[in-house]
Design a protein around this ligand. Sequence first.
Ligand SMILES: C[S@@+](CC[C@H](N)C(=O)[O-])C[C@H]1O[C@@H](n2cnc3c(N)ncnc32)[C@H](O)[C@@H]1O
Length: 438
Amino acid sequence: MNKTFLDRMQTYLGDEYEAYIASLEKPLYKGIRNNTLKDSKDLLEQTFQLEPSKFNEDGYSTLEDISGNHPLHKMGCFYMQEPSAMSVVQIADIQKRDWVLDMCAAPGGKSTQIASKLQHTGCIVSNEYVGKRATILMSNLERMGVGECIITNASTKQLAAEFMGIFDKVIVDAPCSGEGMMKKHDIASQEWSEANVLACAKRQKDILEDAYLCVKEGGVLVYSTCTYAKEENEHVVDAFLEAHPDMELLAIEESFGREGYDTPRVKGAYVKRIFPMDGGEGHFIAKLRKKGTQETKKLHLYKSIPLPKEVKAFLMDQIGDIDFYCYQRNNHVYIKKSPFIDLANIHVLRQGIEVGEIIKGRLEPHQHFFMAATLQNKFQHKITVTEEQLSTFLQGNVLSIPCERGYVALMYKGYAVGFGKSDGKQIKNKYPKGLRIR
Ligand SMILES: C[S@@+](CC[C@H](N)C(=O)[O-])C[C@H]1O[C@@H](n2cnc3c(N)ncnc32)[C@H](O)[C@@H]1O
């Protein structure tokens, strides 16, 4: 195993070093988090062997190998998340109506958790810098039924220019050297290097500079990593506090985990560290508040367009509700209960619920519409399938079920999993190809 890495861990952990080494032989801690937007707590507890998580009130630890192909996962009833990773949003203490920026968001663990807390109020901007990962982020937010969300694929510099002084809460779950996620094999195979730790620390400091600008006066910045290196944790926060005396380090009032290490500007007792001996793979979290003033950029709203006639007819037929703000980009139509924000200068992947695409005067509905948590109780054309029919559907096959003609939501145990188009005798499968079980 990498000797330098292990020597550093020994210095950090002292008497507990042997316990850490023993943890490297054990499998990763596993957890799931209930999606409160879909209210599936009881169903999850009946279905899986779960222990309530100490890191988050909606989370559970489990020893089960739960598959991403499990129907409840496909329906967005839960998110699979390493237990200590659930602590970050818990510490951020998201309140309804908060405006929240999740700066480094893919694959979406924190964003879906933030959305769970906001309950369709306030605003969440969920950003991922790496394009391919941003697509995964969008897919996870869609599966979890999040609609009142802006998903961007931008650099942190672009975000700072667009959203100066806007947010109540900014979460920086920073790209890091990932020591908390390394098992014996990774440490042995030299994936770790001091040079990488320092390169990560430099990038983290740069990201925090941009994050700082996005926090409004009195707003909160939460910085987290899944690594143990002090250079990426306390030292990054120390340098940030030195550069920004108007930021105050807040004590974290949670009983899980343990305190961090003292530096000239960081009180170790104020930040949180989680080691495997504390029941999670490894996390560092610091919470800071902006005491000083902050210039605020004025956001402009899009003037809502009238619903295109195809969309209006579709919404009336499917949910009996046309009271939405509407936005159209190319032929794709999006709806929202709050106004759309004009973000012309950054790459927005999605804002609001994607209803579908208008093709030759017809609306081709989108999976997002049928997954959106706010619409689940409104579907007027739905069919409840058996476990066997669900399996057939998830594999992309036609369902031989007679029902009324037209688009129909496919429901299982009360939750939509997707949709199909019925000709009266059978339902043509509209489950997206990329999600199908092969
Ligand atoms: C620790 S992961 C985020 C995990 C996520 N918050 C979650 O809970 O699912 C860090 C993310 O930062 C992204 N990233 C990489 N380089 C970046 C940069 N220069 N600026 C911002 N984000 C970056 C990575 O692609 C990665 O998705």
